[in-house]
Design a protein around this ligand. Structure first.
Ligand code: AMP
Ligand code: MG
Length: 350
């Protein structure tokens, strides 16, 4: 496809994806092109996972470091057996319970998975998205689809098609527009290749949910490590808006919100334009821009809006973002992971 005609944006029905549109996109995938599509977590930038050239073009489009492996998306459990070897029983149980859904499993890769896709590792990360558009696209393409988030490496992830157009418009062949994504943060990455299952990245499936299921299936004394280990991708800069950012954390909400206001005042006295990421429980803040992410009583709402809000502060050209931290329970663990990384670990504990 010529650069000038890029990208082709096709609106798709998320309940009943139009087969003619899916076929156009599947054709691009089979020919080694790039298709951006919605999932329940964030938008992905997809290519044929078994085509090294195609996967290499994902890395180029995103400017992604070559040692950061890409998650492979499947529409069918049979595919898992082709892409991996030595699958532990635990993986079967987890797939039964959480797939389709925001849980990515790291397993030993089979010969057919190219090293470009796995960042030269002997393992492959797999997931089945809970969204009809990618499921139809994978099925129609007839190949597993490697897809990282559809943003330039290091920036906040895209949660609607407009984000993708703005970030990668000229580098993608087709964007399937399925509206805003439901979960808003990426999948949980769980490594099943070590002696104990390990969360490499907290995400849409919570640590508590994993412990519940793995407990129920008796995993021979194995315990989930909620202590987040370093996945190859996580050592790189991530989710960062253009402006400076600081996260304020603390148990006492009154103390926390007072600190947020105090910091905002200090930075504005220095002549900076300040944005505050608040919650619906926050007091009335005084700042240049205040954005309410969602409710502390239902942190899923915060997860859903998180990246849109970080992007909004960039659009509003603030110099400093001050974000309220949330409890690291449930989906809060994934939210705090993203916020702390977005802030480059500039954290104030009160
Ligand atoms: P994203 O690029 O946003 O889709 O993120 C994918 C995440 O999964 C990154 O943090 C990767 O490092 C991680 N990942 C993918 N494949 C593997 C693998 N084989 N082993 C460990 N982590 C992986
Ligand atoms: Mg990403």
């Amino acid at each position: 496809m010529s650069k000038e005609s890029r990208p082709l944006v096709l609106k798709v029905d998320t309940e009943r994806p139009e087969i003619d549109k899916i076929r156009i996109a599947a054709d691009v995938i089979r020919k080694g092109g790039l298709v951006a599509f919605p999932t329940e977590t964030v938008y992905g930038l997809g290519a044929d996972a078994l085509n090294s050239e195609a996967v290499a073009s994902i890395f180029r489009a995103k400017n992604r470091p070559a040692d950061n492996p890409i998650i492979v998306h499947v529409a069918d459990r049979e595919e898992v057996y082709k892409l991996t070897k030595d699958i532990p029983v635990m993986a079967e149980e987890l797939m039964d319970f959480f797939w389709p859904g925001p849980l990515t499993l790291v397993l030993k890769k089979s010969e057919i998975v190219p090293y470009v896709t796995t960042g030269s590792l002997e393992t492959v990360a797999l997931r089945m998205p809970d969204h009809r558009v990618p499921l139809a696209l994978i099925a129609e393409s007839g190949v597993p689809i490697a897809a990282p988030s559809a943003n330039p490496a290091g920036k906040p992830s895209p949660t609607n098609a407009r984000h993708v157009v703005e970030d990668l418009g000229s580098k993608v062949d087709i964007i399937l527009d399925g509206g805003p994504t439901r979960v808003g943060v990426e999948s949980t990455v769980l490594d099943l290749t070590a002696s104990k299952p390990k969360i490499l990245r907290p995400g849409g499936i919570t640590a508590e949910e994993l412990v519940d299921v793995l407990g129920a299936i008796d995993v021979a004394g194995m315990k989930i490590e909620t202590e987040v280990a370093l996945s190859p991708g996580m050592k790189h800069k991530h989710y960062a808006p253009s402006s400076d950012m600081i996260v304020v954390e603390g148990e006492d909400f009154d103390v926390l919100t007072r600190k947020v206001q105090e910091l905002a005042d200090e930075h504005r006295l220095e002549g900076k334009r300040v944005g505050i990421m608040a919650t619906s429980e926050s007091p009335r803040y005084d700042a240049d821009i205040v954005k309410v992410a969602g409710s502390r009583a239902d942190l899923r709402t915060v997860a859903r809006n998180l990246f849109e809000i970080l992007r909004g502060f960039d659009e509003a050209k603030v110099d400093m973002i001050i974000a309220e931290g949330v409890e690291t329970k449930g989906i809060g663990l994934a939210i705090m992971d993203r916020l702390e990384r977005a802030a480059g670990y500039r954290i104030l504990r009160v």
